[in-house]
Design a binder for this molecule. Structure first.
Ligand code: GZL
Length: 324
């Protein structure tokens, strides 16, 4: 009899424990799991798609409960999502801010609710940097410098003038502001180079094509170089250049940023000259930062993602190795 009671007791305890970690909802189901509210910018580019896949994969493990929101590139949607995460009392909020400004109020609400915030990919401009625990992302100013250095190096035999058109990223976003800054830091020192037109293509192929069509209409054959803040806008611009009867990569040299698969395919076809890598695959690093923040451990204020530069002659060999 005694032995039977023990077995019954053990199986009862086991079923309770299994119910607890079966994820069947309720506090018990989340015991030991970190509930993360993640607000993503949108799905505007190949880079963003790869970044979302990396984040969802890393935060899809047994130690996390992920609440994911796609803001469709609208700040008001991100602010709504952050307020919803606060109301749901998540353990950690993580987000990629679509633009730099306008976050102070909602970040103060998160702080008042004792919910730590992790910034991913893009930075915010706030008066008090205790409003977020850390930022993991690339150095966009350096990415702009790398694009400028490639152009200088590729223009050694060119006497000038070199007339540049620029497709900017989303207005007010950290990558657009900083990539432009870094690019000009390098080219402004050389009087051969002049940016004759600069306008936002909002990081999308469609808008990149549309704005490049306007540039071509205004400047005709007087464009030597296109600097695009991301590959998707460059790929859209390539279509516009071809439809105008010009050869992208030859009549108009093109340098862009991200290093997505589409850029390597365009380089292999001779239509893009160089892409500066911006690595979206930081999901695992983000997951570890969130674990540390949730555990109250100190984390660095800034975590850098490592990346390089790729040119047309490397495209064929690199393409099979690309993970995004
Ligand atoms: C950069 C990221 C940018 C990419 C674009 O880290 O914020 O946003 O360069 C994406 O492709 O839309």
């Amino acid at each position: 009899m005694k032995q039977n009671v023990w077995v019954l007791g053990a199986s009862w305890l086991l079923s309770l424990a299994l119910a607890g970690c079966s994820g069947g909802g309720g506090a018990a189901a989340d015991a030991g799991r970190i509930t993360v509210g993640f607000s993503q910018v949108g799905a505007e580019s190949e880079w963003r798609t790869a970044n979302t896949a990396s984040v969802k994969q890393a935060l899809g493990g047994a130690d996390f409960k992920l609440k994911f929101s796609d803001a469709q590139q609208k700040q008001e949607n991100q602010i709504k999502a952050l307020r919803s995460f606060i109301a749901q009392r998540v353990n950690v909020i993580a987000f990629s801010p679509v633009v730099e400004s306008g976050w102070e109020t909602v970040l103060r609400e998160a702080k008042a609710a004792n919910i730590p915030v992790v910034l991913t990919d893009r930075a915010v401009k706030v008066s008090d940097d205790s409003l977020y625990a850390t930022l993991i992302g690339s150095d966009f100013v350096e990415e702009g410098r790398r694009a400028g250095r490639w152009l200088l190096d590729d223009s050694k035999q060119v006497t000038g003038p070199v007339r540049i058109v620029e497709l900017q990223g989303t207005v007010g976003s950290a990558p657009a502001i900083d990539r432009m800054k870094g690019f000009h830091e390098v080219i402004d020192a050389d009087k051969r180079f002049q940016v004759v037109r600069s306008q936002s293509g909002d990081f999308t192929r469609a808008k990149g094509k549309e704005v490049m069509e306007a540039f071509l209409k205004a400047e005709g054959r007087n464009i030597d170089v296109l600097f695009a803040h991301n590959d998707d806008m460059a790929i859209g611009a390539i279509q516009a250049i071809e439809e105008a009867g010009l050869k992208p990569g030859q009549d108009i040299r093109i340098v862009s940023i991200d290093g997505v698969r589409g850029a390597f395919e365009a380089m292999k076809a001779g239509k893009l000259n160089a892409t500066v890598e911006c690595n979206p695959l930081f999901g695992e690093q983000l997951a570890q930062l969130i674990r540390d923040v949730a555990a109250g451990k100190p984390v660095p204020k800034r975590v850098q993602v490592q990346e390089g530069v790729f040119t047309r002659d490397q495209a064929e060999a690199e393409l099979p190795k690309r993970k995004y």
